[in-house]
Design a protein around this ligand. Structure first.
Ligand code: IPD
Ligand code: CA
Length: 262
């Protein structure tokens, strides 16, 4: 994709993210319609409405590009390009009126047997913070260049941990969490994978670890981490589009791996 096209994709994603962000701000304190809920998850009618809004905006500019999103997929799934959309990442926070949730949109291009993210946008409507990245260029927060932290010593690091949504992922993370806790400055569990990644990219967190996250949780944020000089280590699990992630500032992965198996 030429750079003018990437710019057009970035602008369309930013506009779509702002439109959904507005909807999120308007609805934060209102009663929300729950579509489905389980012990550790909630799906709102607004999730679906937000994805439709994003799809509509992106399709006016790029009608040929398919979509793979938390709220469903459209178009040819093996196409050269695809949008990866999480309309509201941090839905449980948002449902409980906790203003820590975001919109995440990535554009991916086919590479080898898989896909590679080329454009990533994450928007937090409650702080009005917009993170953007285009592969090969620096990452930006509200148009200012950002860089991952330079901390090397675990005892000074803040590490964000997620437990995802199943007993299996919780059983996996708990022993790791118990060993990690005494070795670092602080652990944080904020409830949005996409924003945990942008916080690593911005040097707020030094690392983010979770297993069982979905592609739409991490596609945009992962590129933003890489463009900010951090490391987006990830591994696809047996279920398609599910991943284990250890994103970090590029200096502490080995130390984090020594803590225990993930
Ligand atoms: C979830 C959030 C959460 C993470 C889960 C995700 P959702 O996404 O990112 O932090 O722990 O694994 O599924 O459901 O809020 O879009
Ligand atoms: Ca999500």
């Amino acid at each position: 994709m030429k750079s003018a096209e990437q710019k057009r994709a970035l602008n369309a994603s930013v506009e779509a993210a702002h439109a959904v962000g507005k909807l999120m701000r308007q609805n934060l304190r209102l009663t929300k319609k729950v579509d489905v809920q389980s012990q550790h998850d909630i799906k709102l009618e607004l999730d679906v409405r937000s994805q439709k809004l994003i799809e509509k905006r992106l399709a006016t500019e790029f009608p040929e590009i398919s979509v793979l999103g938390e709220e469903g997929s459209t178009g040819e799934q093996e196409s050269e390009y695809r949008w990866i959309i999480d309309p509201i990442d941090g839905t449980v926070n948002f449902s409980y009126t906790i203003p820590h949730a975001c919109v995440s949109i990535a554009l991916q291009q086919k590479k080898g047997n898989g896909y590679q993210t080329t454009v990533g946008v994450v928007y937090d409507p409650f702080t009005d913070e917009l993170w953007t990245a285009v592969r090969g260029q620096p990452a930006f927060l509200n148009k200012k260049k950002i860089e991952a932290s330079k901390r090397k010593s675990l005892d000074q690091c803040i590490v964000s941990v997620g437990f995802s949504k199943s007993k299996e992922t919780m059983d996996k993370m708990l022993p790791y969490f118990n060993s990690l806790l005494p070795r670092i400055r602080k652990v944080r569990m904020m409830g949005s994978a996409a924003m945990a990644l942008t916080y690593v990219a911005s040097g707020r967190f030094d690392a983010y670890i979770e297993t069982g996250v979905q592609l739409w949780d991490i596609a945009a944020g992962g590129l933003i981490v890489e463009c900010a000089g951090g490391e987006f280590w990830n591994q696809e699990l047996a279920t398609q589009h599910k991943f284990k992630v250890l994103a970090n500032n590029g200096l502490i992965r080995k130390q984090l791996e020594k803590i225990g198996p993930l």
